[in-house]
Write a protein that binds this ligand. Structure first.
Ligand code: MG
Length: 453
């Protein structure tokens, strides 16, 4: 590879196998990752994508070639692999996944020994080994060994079950619809629900790398089947996971799809009620409702840049209680400080069981109502800075610059203008007291940016 391009994006390395990158690339990158880990034992796993088994085998070969021993977890959700890296006490992990990206994509996520994705500095170390330093290739008698590791799902589910009050959940005898989206949670989440004594209905429950059901990303417009299934079966709630099972989107008993802001706030409120001085960590893009909740309960909120790794690392640093993202990522560090769809599900059930209420009532009772709107504008990469400076110059009101530009238009409404890290676009988020107002703010800023390009 002649040209030096950045390998790691916001969530590990992503590529289109056979189009942008080859399996030879995977072997060489795996050798660089193995060199970075410097021998030791590495736990590897993969999601259900069509290209995942081939990439997984190339990954194993590359790690062994650099002298690492490999434990093969096979098809597992990403959080199960991350939990098991820490639980098994191995040196690190690598997950083959492209999370919620379209079927043709794939990627690698490198996990540190604490179970969290490696940080930016270590990503650069691996890139340095890949491009500049030579990857270590072990002598024939030092090539690593590999064996199957079959305990990963069981350990992971036991880990989740140990963090919630299973008694109170079992007594509630919930009826749950899981929309598994043909993704990696097909092999874990249904067993969790059964262990929790719930009646279970599943949709899109067969692992399929073409994601024929509703695609790998659980966005509200793709969850109509879930909504109908919950309503027609009289279920208490529904849950949809993304392709690798680290994000969970909930559906209330009336069939309303909740965005991650609402479910994240409800779980935060429930946990803060038990630990009033707790800290909640969330990116700058999530709802202001969390500050109201934290204040009411005596807790506090730390805002981060957008990206789950930033939330995870900040949670560890601040010894926080919980973290969430507006896209349905929930992080409970007592379990593990990474996003996990199963712990989100278990905490939600514990919250509803403890409060003996329905999901729709819990949301309206405990989560202040705000409305949001999201959009994006294509821009030339070299114009991004200029556009942000111009908007900042014209802005009236308080400005926060944690990630992009967040302008408070008054006490209850804000707009966030944030350049994407990977594509030539600027994303705009708006939040206000009414849907109409949020939409109005969004369209005003989208056209303002449009005029500047
Ligand atoms: Mg994911």
């Amino acid at each position: 590879m002649a040209k030096r391009e950045k390998l790691f994006g916001t969530n590990g390395v992503r590529f289109i196998p056979g189009v942008t990158h080859t399996l030879e690339f995977v072997i060489e990158l795996a050798e660089a990752i193995g060199t970075y880990f410097d021998k030791g034992t590495i736990l590897v796993g993969h999601d259900g994508r069509v290209s995942s088994p081939a990439i997984y085998n190339a990954l194993i070969a590359g790690l062994m070639s650099s002298g690492c021993d490999v434990l093969e977890a096979g098809l597992v959700p990403t959080p199960a692999l991350q939990y098991s890296v820490r639980h098994l006490g191995v040196r690190g992990g690598v997950m083959v996944t492209a999370s919620h990206n379209p079927p043709q994509y794939n990627g690698l996520k490198v996990i540190a020994k604490d179970g969290i994705e490696i940080d930016r500095v270590d990503e650069e170390k691996i890139e340095g080994i890949f491009y500049e330093q030579k990857q270590y290739k072990a002598d024939w008698k030092e090539v690593g060994e590999s064996r199957k590791e079959t305990s990963v799902i069981e350990n992971y589910l036991n880990g989740v079950l140990a963090k919630v009050n299973t008694e109170v959940i079992r007594r509630s005898e919930f009826k749950i619809v899981l929309d598994l989206g043909n993704g990696a949670q097909c092999v874990a989440a249904p067993y969790l629900i059964e262990e929790l004594g719930c009646e279970l209905i599943t949709i899109n429950s067969v692992v399929d790398g073409n994601f024929p059901g509703r695609g790998p990303e659980p966005v509200p417009e793709k969850l109509e089947t879930l909504s109908l299934a919950v309503k027609s079966s009289g279920a208490d709630l529904g849950v949809a996971y993304d392709g690798d099972g680290d994000r969970a989107i909930f559906c209330d008993e009336k069939g309303n799809i909740l965005w991650g802001d609402e479910s994240g706030c409800l779980i935060s409120d429930f946990l803060l009620e038990k630990s009033p001085d707790g800290t909640i960590v969330t990116p700058v893009s999530s709802t202001q409702a969390i500050e109201i909740i934290a204040k009411r309960r005596g807790g506090n909120v730390i805002r981060t840049r957008v990206g789950s790794v930033d939330v995870s690392r900040k949670i560890m640093e601040s010894n926080a209680l919980f973290g969430f993202e507006e896209n349905g990522g929930c992080i409970y560090p007592k379990h593990i400080a990474v996003r996990d769809g199963c712990i989100a599900t278990a905490l939600m059930l514990e919250c509803l069981a403890t409060r003996s209420t329905t999901l729709s009532r819990a949301i309206s009772n405990y989560v202040p109502k705000f409305y949001r709107a999201k959009g994006k504008v294509e821009v030339k990469r070299d114009e991004v800075r200029k556009i942000l400076d111009k908007i900042e110059e014209q802005a009236k009101g308080k400005i926060e610059k944690i990630d992009g530009l967040k302008i408070w238009l008054d006490e209850k409404k804000w707009v966030l203008i944030r350049p994407s890290g990977t594509e030539p676009i600027i994303r705009v988020f708006a939040e206000a007291m009414t849907k109409k107002e949020a939409d109005r703010i969004l369209s005003r800023y989208l056209s303002m940016i449009g005029r500047m390009t």
